[in-house]
Design a protein around this ligand. Structure first.
Ligand SMILES: Cc1ncc(C[n+]2csc(CCOP(=O)(O)OP(=O)(O)O)c2C)c(N)n1
Ligand code: SF4
Length: 289
């Protein structure tokens, strides 16, 4: 018992899941529930936002506040919710296509803003929901139903990109390392600032290359000697792939979270607790008439 509630099943929801058996999304769903429970958070303290895709179905399967928006547009409502109600733990679940493709611009500018929200990217290397077209993380040469002669674009490296923009927290997880993933999720949620966890997860139907076995043979955990504060070292670590794929916190630094820099929010009640009515806008309207 905790907070007067039976915690162990507080995030469960009686909803049939539309994901294929063996999809990495099942593990991510279990891990996020475990992470929230271990952080002793109640569902009313949590908002999960998503865009469109298989990953984006996750808020339907976790009993907390949820927002399911447009393709690539999970971050803007998440940022807005955090600005209005800073007491919420705002978490985004999105796919590699949704976040690094359609939503790439939002990712870039929210890394710069350093809003205190957490971003979990279900990186299966394909557009899963729309039947396996190449996503920004698909490697060159992969043939798909659309890229019939093979992908000709260089893949995007989300961790390198994030470090190059001095993100305050960048990590990689893998659905084959559950406890490790739960710990990463907890650390990312607790982090004060924008936190990205790129989660390697097999799409068993459309990605026949980056399979569970393929990852198992390559993924290794960063040990305690690894210095995630050294940005150049972290950038170089983020470039490792094929032969060995590091998982864990790859880069972490302290930067002022966005809202701490805004005078009208500093030391004042959150926007959600302030009274505003239509008449309050009148003074500002004078400029236009
Ligand atoms: C603006 C827009 N473009 C395209 C689509 C079609 N669409 C829906 S889901 C999806 C792919 C989602 O892939 P990803 O984000 O990688 O998530 P996954 O399904 O693999 O979890 C696409 C292209 C859409 N809904 N909206
Ligand atoms: S198609 Fe791929 S991403 Fe979609 S539910 Fe099935 S395994 Fe998961």
């Amino acid at each position: 018992m905790s907070n007067g509630y039976e915690m162990s099943n507080v995030y469960d929801i009686n909803e049939e899941k539309a994901w294929c058996p063996g999809c990495g999304n099942h593990v991510i769903q279990e891990c996020i529930k475990q992470a929230l429970l271990e952080l002793n958070l109640m569902p009313y303290q949590v908002l999960i936002c998503s865009g469109i895709g298989q990953a984006a179905k996750l808020p339907h399967y976790v009993s907390a506040n949820g927002f399911n928006g447009l393709h690539g547009r999970a971050l803007p409502p998440a940022v807005a919710a955090k600005m209005v109600n800073p007491n919420l733990n705002v978490i985004v679940h999105t796919g590699d296509g949704d976040c690094y493709g359609e939503g790439g611009n939002h990712l870039l500018h929210n890394i710069r803003r350093n809003v205190d929200i957490t971003l979990f990217v279900h990186n299966n290397g394909v557009y899963g929901l729309t039947k396996g077209q190449a996503s920004p993380t698909t490697e060159i040469g992969r043939k798909t139903g659309v890229q019939t002669e093979g992908v000709i674009l260089s893949p995007l490296n989300p961790i390198s990109l994030a470090i190059s923009q001095n993100i305050s927290f960048a990590a990689r997880g893998f659905t084959g390392e559950r406890e490790h993933l739960v710990d990463l999720m907890k650390e990312a949620i607790k982090h004060k600032g924008f936190a990205l966890v790129d989660i390697l997860q097999p799409c068993v139907v459309f990605n026949k290359v980056n399979t569970f076995k393929w990852y198992k043979e390559r993924v290794y955990k960063l040990n305690e000697e690894y210095d995630y504060k050294d940005r150049i070292n972290a950038f170089s670590k983020s470039l490792e792939w094929d032969e060995g794929i590091p998982i864990g916190v790859i880069y972490k630094t302290q930067r002022t979270p966005f809202m701490d820099g805004l005078e009208h929010l500093k030391g004042k009640p959150p926007l959600i607790e302030r009274d505003y009515g239509p008449l309050d806008a009148q003074e500002y309207m004078k400029d236009f008439f």
